[in-house]
Design a protein around this ligand. Structure first.
Ligand code: SF4
Ligand code: SF4
Ligand code: FES
Length: 238
């Protein structure tokens, strides 16, 4: 493995730059270095003006989602050894407003997330103790619970690019997570949101989102689940 990696990094400071550009940095690397560590090395030793977002360094907070060598990835989960170290391109998540360098504005993503009511709805008496689930009930939501809200699926979705109000794959998958939850009592409320004009029927089943997800969540399948559930409800079958 080469001892140096060459990174071409997207740079844009709206206070100084007329347009974005890529700047190249060489970084001394170790065998187990990931892209986030290389970026932090650049900030520490070469260019403290480079902006990026991260927190956990362990693929659980979703903050370091970036566009690396043309793929949606978590920088902290992307090993340099698995890339060609002499040519690594790092950009911010596309199709989200750029704030500076590798930092994007996640407001549109979280506004849509809020719209699907992302918490358990209970219409019956307030909870006084936990509601147990059996193994089958828990299994039904297992995969979707792993979402870390990184935004990769949202950024990759062509329908988000062309229809700015489309709820997008992450919010819809979160809605399905509650629709499939045996403890939730908000089915009709939630289906009326996801089946509205900005919801599931905008999805063209292109699978970009499922391919982009670093947690391997099948977001497209979730949207299909919601479509089936909506039709079944309208036919009084569910
Ligand atoms: S499957 Fe649907 S939500 Fe996913 S990228 Fe394609 S259009 Fe977007
Ligand atoms: S579904 Fe996957 S890609 Fe989308 S926000 Fe959640 S973890 Fe990220
Ligand atoms: S720093 Fe938290 S997911 Fe990468």
């Amino acid at each position: 493995m080469a001892e140096t990696a060459t990174l071409h990094i997207f740079r844009f400071d709206p206070e100084k730059d007329k347009s974005p550009y890529f700047k190249t940095y060489d970084v001394a690397i170790t065998a187990k270095m990931n892209v986030l560590e290389a970026l932090l090395d650049i900030v520490d030793k070469q260019d403290g003006s480079l902006s990026l977002r991260y927190a956990c360094r362990g693929a659980i907070c979703g903050s370091c989602a970036m566009y690396i060598n043309g793929s949606y990835r978590l920088a902290c989960q992307t090993m340099i050894a698995n890339l060609n170290p002499s040519d690594i391109t790092v950009g911010p998540l596309p199709h989200l407003p750029n704030i500076k360098d590798l930092v994007v504005d996640m407001t549109p993503f979280f506004e849509k997330y809020e719209r699907i009511v992302p918490y358990l709805i209970r219409n019956s008496a307030p909870l006084e103790k936990e509601i147990p689930q059996n193994l089958k009930q828990r299994k039904a939501i297992d995969e979707m619970i792993d979402c870390i809200l990184c935004g990769c699926c949202y950024s990759s979705c062509p329908m988000v690019w062309t229809h700015r109000n489309f709820l997008g794959p992450a919010a819809l998958t979160k809605a399905n997570r509650f629709v499939q939850d045996s403890r939730d009592e908000g089915l009709d409320q939630r289906l009326s949101i996801v089946a509205g004009e900005d919801g599931i029927w905008r999805c063209h089943t292109i699978f970009n989102c499922a391919d982009a997800c670093p947690k391997k969540i099948n977001t497209t399948a979730s949207i299909q689940d919601l479509k089936r559930k909506t039709i079944a409800r309208r036919l009084h079958l569910a």
